[in-house]
Design a protein around this ligand. Sequence first.
Ligand SMILES: Cc1ncc(COP(=O)(O)O)c(C=O)c1O
Length: 401
Amino acid sequence: MSEKIALMGGIPVRKEPLIFGTPKISEDEINEVVATLKSGWLSTGPRVFRLEEQYSEYIGAQHAVALNSCTAALTLGLEELGVVPGDEVITTPLTFAATVNVIVHAGATPVFVDIEPDTLNIDADLIESKISERTRAILPVHFAGHPCEMTKITRLAKKYDLLILNDAAHAIESEYEGKKVGCWGDITAYSFYATKNLVTGEGGMAVTDNDDWAENMHIKRLHGISKDAWNRYSSEGGKLYDIIYPGYKFNMMDIQAALGLGQLEKLDRHWEVRKKVVEDYNEAFRETPELIKPVNKGPIRNGYHLYVLRLKSEELGISREKFIEALKAENICTGVHFLAIHHHSFYQTNYPQPAGSLSHADYASERVFSLPLSANLTDQDVRDVIAAVKKVIAYYREQKL
Ligand SMILES: Cc1ncc(COP(=O)(O)O)c(C=O)c1O
């Protein structure tokens, strides 16, 4: 007989909830934030400029533009690539709202291409059939940290004169053929949201090799004013400014950058910790046929942002939602990445997709769930997660007999 699960009145695997996606923040980072507060310069200033310099160096790109979110980076990215109303932008349906919302805001039409059933990334082999006269750009999302097939995508972009805007919200450390994903394509957008591989609370970065785009994004992030606040108010800078474009309020603050600088320094160490957690999970679930495990495919370095499993709910006899509820009762919190975009009401109404045309995304959307994956996890946390997943599966497996 298997152990009674907490959802049915059994004893939970752990006493305290294990929160999904807690960031690892060190004392030196906290000290740097406090030093910023004491410095009197809270908004965009020297720490932001330093973060941009170090970030572009880390990625291996010419320019980095620090912003208040990845959504801002995607918005500016589409604008710089010249996406205008009437254009089409090809992307994946298995992503977060922001990836596709920004296309709609640009007045363009999102064109969905189905995902690969193994990596859950956009299927590069299916992109060509969706290219039309109106296609302007491809927006690949490097899902969970696994890079998309950038050689194929780049080849298509060249052939059809398209531009590439990477959504690398999950993929700071990710590499394809030995190069960071930010070195592929034209502009790359990153997220430093509270659960990401590098956190600044809220925050993001746009990276590019193009001098003009970088300069424009620097100007547009702060109202389209030709000189930013640092120059306006410091003793060195002039006092005059000019609005050269109706820009945005997308700038990053020094308070955020203070955190980001320390996070960047520890990025690869944190990656090592998450890699080990992924290996432990993979090993633990190797012989669990009810779960579809993540894979590494091709010449890649995975950024290991999310550990996404798919529950074969038909085999276990319970829904993904019930499974998540049972894990929660064991005090293990999980995430869902993602409910496919075309299943959400706005997109169903405005961009309906022919039934079955995105079948791999449909399958994943109903079955994905993500286990905690963070550099903050202790060995005991990882053992608890594994124990809870195995316990719930063993219980329902037995119920089916
Ligand atoms: C794939 C993807 N793109 C974009 C975003 C948006 O990032 P941000 O919250 O920094 O705007 C997220 C956030 O979770 C994401 O997962």
